[in-house]
Design a protein around this ligand. Structure first.
Ligand code: AMP
Length: 393
């Protein structure tokens, strides 16, 4: 277990906090501030403890150079509105320099935000000198950016070599839910894996096979499994290099006694677009000139019945092209079943989080991970550098 901000004495300290303020910006305006709002509990906790809070974040991919479009100035303004107090934007294209150091040393505000850490090329190289420069701005390092915890960068991990390091409340929550779901789940444990490419999720599926009681494979990935079973898949998505892997995963599931469910029917479209000729067929009857774009009604019922038996469900990836209204039903039905279920429901970020949001069901899930890539790596059983660097309890 890692220490959190609840475990240490913070009175009067300067807390150097890594947040994930990688917010979408269109025409210079922030279009979704959920990531800034998500950081407020940690910031408020630190303020209540009498800390000065100095925040670091990245935004976009400025590739190690200062670029105005990726400046965090707008984020500082929004943070100030949300906190209802003035926030010092300690701007420098170098992120840290003498000017920033003296502004932080003399700050009257309780909260300061540094410029985008990726304005410095050293950041993503986890450069020791830049980590040290950053660390000198604070007494304690608080990592609360789960979305970048799978990266060993200066502001996510390197700083921990120089000052005491603990997690914020967001990372604490992620570790609690994701950790419990894989390490000590309320069984039966069901994982629903969707999305497009088998090769992207192979490690995740492999790791899940040794943890879960039931595993559902849906989405574009399912057709590689169909192919492995010898079915005609028409123009459906195929990850040709992964056919053998799909076959070996099915074997492994059998050996381990995991109930592996793949769709028994599929909703096909003639073309990859919403308004196209549509046909619902059994899994082994996909017409040669069509492609599977969603699971069919029988699969929806089969998968809903698995959900009803589960006490914990981990969902990663849509089971159809949910962005198109004609092919969203499978994903919507499963999301609704999860929302209605009494099971602990964990949504693994990325596209599944977007789907839950699209259907207005986000707040009916037990936990929606804030980090797509990071949650995948966590569930794959990988060690996340941004978490490993923190102090043990
Ligand atoms: P991933 O990034 O691998 O999680 O894949 C997510 C994407 O998979 C979403 O944009 C879905 O539209 C897409 N997807 C789901 N089912 C299918 C399918 N049957 N054919 C093609 N793409 C799909």
């Amino acid at each position: 277990m890692k220490k959190t901000i609840r475990d240490i004495d913070l009175k009067g300290k300067k807390a150097l906090v890594r947040c994930d303020f990688n917010v979408p910006v269109v025409d210079g305006e922030i279009t979704d501030d959920i990531r800034i709002r998500a950081a407020l509990p940690t910031i408020k906790h630190l303020l209540d403890e009498g800390c000065k809070v100095i925040i670091m974040s990245h935004m976009g991919r400025p590739k190690g150079e200062p670029k105005e479009e990726f400046s965090l100035r707008k984020v500082a303004d929004r943070l100030s509105e949300l906190l209802n107090e003035s926030v010092l934007f300690a701007q420098s294209d170098r992120v840290v320099d003498e000017k920033v150091k003296s502004e932080i040393a003399d700050m009257n505000e309780r909260v300061a935000l540094l410029e985008n850490v990726r304005f410095r090329s050293e950041e993503t190289k986890n450069d020791e000198a830049f980590s040290k420069e950053l660390s000198e701005l604070g007494d304690v390092f608080v990592n609360d950016a789960f979305g970048t915890a799978h990266r060993a960068h200066c502001s996510t991990a390197g700083i921990a070599d120089y000052i005491p390091a603990v997690s914020g409340l967001l990372i604490e929550k992620e570790v609690k839910y994701l950790g419990e779901a894989v390490e000590e789940p309320k069984r039966p444990l069901l994982a629903i894996m969707g999305g497009s490419k088998v090769s992207d999720k192979i490690k995740l599926i492999e790791n899940m096979l040794s943890k879960v009681d039931m595993l559902i494979i849906g989405g574009g990935m399912a057709y590689t499994f169909f192919k492995a079973k010898g079915y005609e898949i028409g123009n459906s998505l195929l990850d040709a290099e992964s056919i053998d892997l799909a076959e070996s995963l099915m074997k492994k599931a059998e050996e381990k006694g995991v109930e592996l469910l793949i769709p028994v029917d599929t909703l096909c479209g003639k073309e990859f677009k919403n308004d196209t000729e549509i046909k619902s067929v059994d899994a082994d009857k996909i017409p040669v000139d069509m492609m599977g774009l969603d699971i069919g009604e029988k699969s929806i019922e089969l998968f809903k019945s698995a959900i009803s038996k589960a006490n914990t469900v981990i969902w990663n990836g849509p089971v159809g092209v949910f962005e198109m209204p004609n092919f969203e039903k499978g994903t919507r039905s499963l999301a609704e079943a999860l929302a209605e279920s009494d099971a602990i429901t964990i949504v693994g970020g990325g596209d599944s989080a977007a789907a839950a949001k699209q259907f207005g069901l986000s707040d009916k899930m037990t936990h929606i991970s804030t980090g797509g890539g990071a949650s995948m790596e966590y569930l794959e059983g990988k060690v996340l550098p941004g978490i490993v660097a923190l102090e043990d309890k």
